[in-house]
Design a protein. Structure first.
Lengths: 246, 813
């Protein structure tokens, strides 16, 4: 226990010392972002049982610390950009809660060489976090306005390793398939078979399930080496439905 | 001057129609449970009116004509304007847990929408104060008008779009004001003529503006329309909901809940049908090729067709026809499809019959427009399979938004009814969304165990199967013991589709939780525990969600909230605990708390003002009278609605349609109470008879209500065979004596007050209004926890309390 706390403490210290490279010089959001990361670390620690780990991968947290979330939300919401909550981005869509973004990214278990497909670009925030972790991210969006603004935003922020496209995510992105990981951030009524086909054996797919402002749970689809599938329903919270079981 | 009784009736009817219409409108632009909260609080305009009239009584009395006209106009114009302005307020209930500023928008909505009710209540309260000798008659017309309004709005919503109905209600307010001008000579006749012309011109003028409903951008319909090429091709509206049909030529709908991950098949072309701008269901294209629909064999709901050969099927909740297509595909011999909404059936049978392959006209298929439970109760047929479709949308279901909705489809009694309509070896199949941690599936399992036990089955576990995909679960209840062969078939079915068995007779733990893994094998653990008679109760107690079966007396299947879990969920906060809170119930509690606090303020504020005005001669009288006035009129406000709400629920089981039951019961209660009130005018005029006049009806209310609790179920059972019009007649006959008596105490109290402290009449009117508002909310809370019987018993106790505090003839001042 002491060891774990020490580790978390050291990790927080590292985070606080990380230079926030991509941000502009005037950085009123720096401290807010650190504080958000501390909150995520704490939340993860209390959720450790469900995630089967006491902290998220360090690389994921570093990626989260680098992406300027305030530049992915509408002007009117900038002051709340580093609150641990989803925010509206127009078109009835939201930018996910940072805590959920961190957990989903972690569940993908990424290597830098991995090829990642995102279905539902939205503001581009999740794609940016992924882009900090892997060499190549492909992201699809079905709503034209969101796709064009996200593409522009990602370009301005220098995320040259993200390619976005307007299109129906159901069929995936055949010419770049297969993918090591797929993240479906748009609402999914079902898991599209073409996406499953485009997932490499050993690959992982993550889908948040719930309503616009509230993720109920995360669905992790794993494709085994033999091509068979299994799903895991991960509750992003430490909650056991029976009293007396811990 | 004559009292404007016809105007009072018209305004009262318009106000009640407006209340029901607002719930409809807000259910479309927002969500139903928030609609309920907003309108409940806005109704406190009645309470505010009491306070306003109490404080300004003398000033207003001397200007009765102007005050009545001004408030009539206030209702007429604000009823339209306040909604149109209100729908521009950027209130997003989904953000409430994240953003405290939403509360300000909510408060603004309350205040805005309270204004029309304030205006209408002022007109009625002013009339009471001004014509104290005729209070029972005025109240009688108030009730008769309200009764007509309740029926009128249901009819109107079948004929007109909700916004047109809104304009018509505004126009009705203007006509009522014109009628007041004529019948009480409040102003020159030309003003009445002007108001009539204005009323007639108002609707077409507003219609020409083509003002749209501002539907929340987070509702399913709004979101779906952001996708390129999607458009609404048809919109139908009725009191049952607004149906929007959406075509999506570029990006198809692929609604296939619970589809096996092993299925590589793409769903057939679909038209999206949104109810109240949310809750997607679909009309599926049937091109006659079985291959196009082959994916329907990969749902959890397909299981019974693998266990039954050429079954005679009853589908409850047929909607767009997907379950009918599935039944035909999988070899059903005959299909009876039951759908409650005639407009939904109309879409499938007429507008899109070619597209959908006219499934309801296919050989062996019969469509019945009816409520599911009611159809089964009346039916004399027996079925091999009764299939209950996935009836609600996942996002609303998972957020617990249905906690407030009564449903008689999933109660223990309903399952007993379904099982009685099965042939030997037949099955009931019910599919639900899977939530994490599980709720619906487990509650349904517990309900099935209870139903089988009620039918005298000693070993219910031998007749139950529960399977699940990552998204849906299907429960099978067999009328008979499951065979080894059937169990093997279940295993094969699940293995081929990567579904997980949750329970079947003889299942071992290692068979659970293989493909779609939950943190623990909850379904298997819970179903095994629920089958253990000794341990089932303890398990349900230990489970952090409410999985006790729903019953006809407590028909809240979707109520999963437990107070004991609240602290833990709140402490988990942004880490994800908020997502596990069942919002519907919490909104109900929040509504009750807010209404109670606001009512207290509204009731106490006049007392505070009067205490400061020490020079008032009536101050002593007020002190003497205030206690009985508060307890008497508040009790009556609570009790009247308690009985009305509880009997609406009881009559749903007879009339079988929530809408018609509500219409008949509300209108019946108000109409006969109005007659009772008119009679009480004679009683109140006879001095010395007032106490007796109260004791008699209160005793009758107590006796009739309590008798009904025990007698109604058997009366209804005996008369189930009657046709609907006769059922309505019987219902009205049953309601009449009770409602007649319920119409007496309120005007009698006001008449007593008129002779003792007339300045308190508006205050009493406001107190009664506050009581009514709290009553509707409190009745639901009581019913959730204790059942509707308890609501009726509480109402009787409140009537007795009112009789006890009623002053026995003596004057205080």
């Amino acid at each position: 226990m002491v060891q774990r706390r020490t580790l978390v403490g050291v990790f927080v210290l590292i985070l606080l010392l990380i230079p926030l490279g991509r941000l502009a010089a005037a950085e009123p959001y720096e401290e807010l972002r650190r504080s958000l990361l501390r909150e995520i670390i704490e939340n993860v620690r209390t959720t450790s049982r469900y995630l089967k780990k006491s902290s998220l991968d360090e690389e994921v947290m570093v990626a989260m610390s680098k992406v300027p979330r305030h530049l992915f939300v509408p002007e009117a919401y900038r002051r709340q950009a580093y609150e641990n909550r989803p925010l509206p981005i127009g078109q009835g869509q939201t930018i996910s809660q940072p805590y959920i973004v961190a957990i989903m990214t972690d569940l993908l278990n990424l290597d830098p060489s991995d090829l990642v497909l995102e279905v539902g670009t939205g503001s581009g925030y999740q794609a940016a976090v992924l882009a900090e972790l892997v060499n190549r991210v492909y992201s699809m969006e079905i709503i034209e306005k969101l796709q064009s603004s996200a593409a522009e935003r990602l370009k301005q922020l220098g995320y040259t390793n993200v390619e976005t496209r307007l299109g129906d995510g159901y069929y995936g992105w055949e010419e770049h398939a297969p993918f090591d990981a797929i993240i479906v951030t748009a609402a999914a009524g079902q898991i599209p078979p073409p996406l499953i086909r485009q997932l490499k054996p050993g690959g992982r797919m993550v889908i948040p399930v719930g309503s616009t402002f509230m993720t109920q749970y995360l669905l992790l689809v794993e494709k085994r080496r033999d091509g068979s599938l299994s799903t895991r329903q991960v509750l992003p919270v430490r909650f056991v439905p029976l009293t007396g079981i811990h | 001057m004559r009292p404007p009784i016809f105007a009072v009736a018209l305004l009262s009817g318009a106000a009640l129609s407006y209340e029901i219409l607002l719930i409809r409108l807000f259910a479309i632009i927002q969500w139903h449970h928030f609609a309920y909260m907003i309108i409940s609080l806005a109704l406190l305009g009645y309470g505010a009116s009491g306070m306003f009239l109490s404080l300004g009584r003398e000033w207003l009395q001397s200007r009765f004509a102007a005050a009545f006209l001004a408030n009539g106009l206030l209702f007429s114009l604000s009823s339209i304007l306040c909604f149109l302005v209100g729908q521009q307020i950027p209130f997003n209930p989904l953000e409430m847990v994240w953003d405290g500023r939403q509360l300000l928008s909510l408060l603004l909505l309350y205040l805005l929408l309270a204004l029309p009710f304030f205006g209408a209540a002022n007109c009625i309260g002013l009339t009471f104060s001004r014509f104290t000798a005729q209070i029972p008659r005025i109240y009688g017309f108030d009730l008769l008008g309200a009764g007509a309004g309740a029926l009128g709005i249901i009819l109107l919503l079948f004929l007109a779009a909700p916004l047109t109905a809104l304009y018509l209600i505004g126009a009705l307010g203007l006509l009522a004001t014109a009628v007041a001008v004529l019948e009480s000579r409040l102003a020159p006749r030309w003003l009445a003529a002007f108001l009539v012309v204005l009323a007639l011109a108002l609707v077409p003028i507003l219609q020409l503006q083509k003002i749209p409903l501002q539907i929340s951008p987070y509702k399913g319909l709004s979101q779906t329309l952001t996708v390129l090429g999607r458009e609404v091709v048809e919109e139908l509206s009725s009191p049952l909901g607004m149906l929007s049909v959406v075509r999506s030529p570029l990006v198809p709908f692929r609604h296939a809940p619970g589809l096996s991950l092993n299925s590589a098949l793409e769903p057939a072309e679909q038209l999206g049908v949104f109810t109240d701008a949310d809750g997607l269901s679909v009309i599926t294209r049937d091109d006659g090729q079985p291959d196009s629909l082959a994916y329907m064999d990969h749902f959890t709901s397909a299981l019974p067709y693998h266990l039954l050969k050429e079954p005679r099927v009853l589908i409850l909740g047929a909607g767009g026809g997907a379950d009918v297509l599935q039944a035909r595909l999988l070899g059903a011999k005959s299909i009876d499809a039951v759908e409650i909404n005639p407009q939904m059936a109309e879409l499938v049978m007429n507008s899109y019959a070619d597209f959908a392959g006219d499934p309801y006209a296919a050989q062996g298929v019969r469509l019945h427009i009816d409520e599911a439970r009611g159809f089964v109760s009346k039916s004399r047929g027996r079925y091999d399979l009764i299939q209950v479709a996935l009836l609600d949308a996942f996002s609303s279901s998972s957020a617990g938004l249905y906690a407030l909705s009564e449903s008689y489809t999933f109660t223990v009694e309903a399952l007993v009814e379904y099982l009685r309509h099965l042939s030997s070896g037949g099955m009931v199949a019910i599919s639900r969304w899977v939530k994490v941690p599980p709720r619906d599936g487990l509650k349904l399992f517990a309900t099935a165990v209870a139903a089988l036990e009620r039918l005298g089955v000693h070993n219910p576990g031998q007749q139950l199967i529960l399977i699940r995909s990552w998204q849906t679960s299907t429960l099978l209840v067999k009328n008979g013991v499951l065979s080894d062969q059937e169990i093997k078939q279940v295993e094969r079915f699940c293995a081929a589709r990567s579904f997980d068995p949750g329970y079947y007779p003889g299942m071992v733990a290692r068979a659970a939780n293989q493909h779609n893994q939950l943190e623990r094998p909850y379904f298997f653990e819970a179903s095994s525990a629920l089958l253990d008679r000794a341990g089932a109760g303890a398990f349900a107690d230990r489970y952090k969600f409410n999985i006790q079966p729903a019953t006809d007396d407590r028909p809240y299947f979707s109520h999963f909230f437990k107070w004991s879990s609240l602290a833990e969920l709140l402490s988990l906060g942004a880490g994800g605990g908020l997502a596990l809170l069942e919002q519907g119930y919490l909104v109900l509690i929040a509504t009750c708390v807010q209404a109670t606090v606001a009512s207290l303020l509204l009731i106490l504020a006049p007392l505070w003002f009067w205490a400061r005005r020490e020079t008032r001669p009536a101050a002593t009288g007020i002190r003497h009278e205030s206690w009985w006035v508060v307890s008497y009129f508040f009790s009556l406000g609570l009790a009247f609605l308690f009985i009305e709400v509880a009997f609406i629920q009881k009559f749903i089981l007879f009339l079988h349609h929530p809408l018609y039951a509500a219409g008949v019961v509300i209108a019946g209660f108000l109409f006969f109470a109005g007659l009772g009130s008119n009679l009480s005018s004679r009683l109140s005029q006879k001095n010395g008879l007032q106490s007796v006049a109260l004791i008699l009806p209160v005793s009758a209310i107590a006796v009739i209500s309590l008798c009904y609790l025990f007698l109604l179920p058997s009366i209804f059972q005996q008369l189930l065979w009657l046709s609907s019009p006769w059922k309505i007649c019987v219902s009205l006959c049953l309601i009449a004596p009770l409602a007649f008596c319920m119409g007496i105490p309120f005007p009698l109290g006001l008449s007593a007050l008129a002779s003792r402290a007339p300045e308190l009449i508006p205050w009493a009117w406001g107190i009664n209004g506050c009581g009514s508002v709290i009553s509707a909310v409190l009745a639901t809370i009581l019913a959730i926890h204790l059942g509707f019987r308890a609501v009726v018993i509480a109402a009787v106790a409140l009537y007795l309390l009112a009789a006890l505090v009623y002053p026995a003839g003596k004057k205080s001042v």
